[in-house]
Design a protein around this ligand. Structure first.
Ligand SMILES: *Cc1c(COP(=O)(O)O)cnc(C)c1O
Length: 388
């Protein structure tokens, strides 16, 4: 059994994809060819925003967005410590400081109340209100990066209102949630700018790295288009700001155009697979299955369950492994305890829910083509693991 089955998907789109690739080989515009614009138009319309800007990866999408907002040294950016390293890495890369905010135990996303406390703590330089990085005593609250973990959008209604009150911008890290919906609005459109990733394992994955920024803000989109090509002005040799080489490859866009044809159908299949897991695992009292709040549709990048303890998780993973069933842990170490962020001075106990999740969570195989029989087998194996 595979954790993610990209081969079955390839069979379904092979013809279109090969034709698309062939077209690129024919016209030879490997850099910023017409497929890039075609994909931006298509995905922008799907998400429901005015501007879509392709770039080289999901990480770069976040970086380009932060750079477009002029984020730099002295700025505090609030985000979750329970995410892929890229979310916080880009904050440090531009010289700003990540201020972490703990997650909710059901959604694994930022708790707005704690976010409010963190903003107040940073603004008033008062670490008694919320754990702050050591350097935080001279920080300016500047923006928030909400993370849509495992495909479920964060609570942007509350986050955006809070941002407005404090004069902050909001970036949606939608690397895992392309295809998700909240109250009829698509992921990537839920904040000032949405950033997604086309890493092969993401809901809309290519055959290499890629990413995209989405926004209704025309000035911001112009800055991002400039930043991804060396801060270009009227052309590449007119440089109006310091930027990056972060274009989306034409070939990658051609592949993604073929993949996007079947994406809506795949999203439906993901809902079915997730629902089946939840039904199958409902009879297992030792596991907590994901719960999607009313009004939300997850993109189900991952189906992650909580074991009772670290030992119980290990027993579950070992039992599945013995049956040839792969699992994964997202994420084994929360970012505030990673060596890369040691200079922030956070300590164990600062974000208890993120720490508990990192000890107890694990993800099961998840993709649109996962079969019921395989899911039942997973359920049977897990049922036989003793509780702890
Ligand atoms: C994958 C991921 C990224 C980075 O995307 P890349 O395309 O791999 O650079 C950022 N944030 C989150 C939450 C992710 O899962």
């Amino acid at each position: 059994m595979q954790f993610i089955d990209l081969a079955t998907q390839q069979q379904k789109i092979k013809q279109t994809m090969e034709a698309n690739i062939h077209t690129v080989l024919e016209h030879g515009k490997y850099i910023m060819g017409p497929e890039v614009k075609a994909l931006e138009d298509k995905l922008g319309a799907h998400v429901g925003v005015k501007h879509a800007v392709g770039c080289a990866s999901g990480t770069d999408a976040l970086l380009v967005a932060l750079m477009a907002y002029g984020v730099g040294p002295g700025d505090a950016i609030f985000t979750s410590p329970f995410t892929f390293v890229a979310t916080a890495e880009v904050i440090s890369l531009v010289g700003a400081t990540p201020v972490f905010v703990d997650i909710d135990k059901t959604t694994f996303n930022l708790v707005p109340k704690k976010l409010e406390a963190a903003i107040e703590a940073a603004a008033n330089q008062d670490p008694s209100l919320h754990p702050l990085p050591q350097k935080a005593l001279a920080l300016r609250p500047k923006g928030i990066i909400g993370v849509d973990l495992f495909g479920l959008p964060a609570d942007y209604d509350t986050i955006n209102a809070m941002a407005k009150k404090h004069g902050l911008f909001v970036i949606e890290d939608a690397a895992q949630s392309f295809g998700a919906v909240h109250e009829g609005k698509k992921a990537c459109s839920l904040a000032n700018v949405g950033c997604t990733s086309f890493f092969p394992a993401k809901p809309l994955g290519g055959y290499g790295d890629g990413g995209m920024c989405f926004t209704d803000d025309g000035a911001l989109a112009d800055s991002m288009r400039s930043l991804r090509i060396h801060g270009k002005g009227s052309d590449k040799y007119d440089n109006v700001r310091v930027g990056l080489n972060s274009r989306l490859d034409t070939l990658q866009a051609a592949i993604l155009l073929a993949k996007f044809d079947i994406f809506p159908k795949e999203m439906d299949l993901r809902q079915e697979v997730a629902q089946r897991y939840t039904e199958i695992l409902a009879s297992n009292p030792a596991l907590i299955v994901p719960e999607i709040p009313a009004g939300y549709v997850s993109a189900w990048a991952q189906y992650s369950v909580m074991a009772q303890s670290e030992e119980h998780r290990k027993a579950c993973q070992d039992a599945l492994k013995a049956e040839g069933i792969p699992t994964a842990i997202y994420y084994p170490i929360p970012l505030h305890l990673q060596k890369a962020f040691a200079d922030l001075g956070y300590t164990e106990g600062d974000f208890p829910m993120s720490e508990a999740c990192s000890r107890r969570i694990f993800s099961l195989p998840m993709h649109p083509y996962l079969e019921k029989a395989d899911q039942e087998r997973i359920g049977d194996v897990l049922q036989k693991v003793a509780g702890y």
